[in-house]
Design a protein around this ligand. Structure first.
Ligand SMILES: [Cu+2]
Length: 60
């Protein structure tokens, strides 16, 4: 059963739409990520994911 959760994560280093697109594509390639939206201006990534399949681990 899906355990849907939301996460807002800051990802630095994205400088253009190409970077954002690559990050978005990689996130969506993970089984369990339903949506991944990136705000390039604030470097924030908004993810909806299934906590039954993925665990969010934040490093520093
Ligand atoms: Cu780029």
């Amino acid at each position: 059963m899906a355990d849907n959760k939301k996460a807002e994560v800051k990802i630095t280093g994205m400088t253009c739409a190409g970077c954002a697109g690559a990050v978005e594509k990689s996130l969506k390639a993970l089984g369990g990520v339903s949506t991944a939206k990136i705000d390039l201006a604030t470097k924030m990534v908004f993810v909806n994911y299934d906590a039954g399949k993925l665990t969010l681990i934040l490093v520093a």
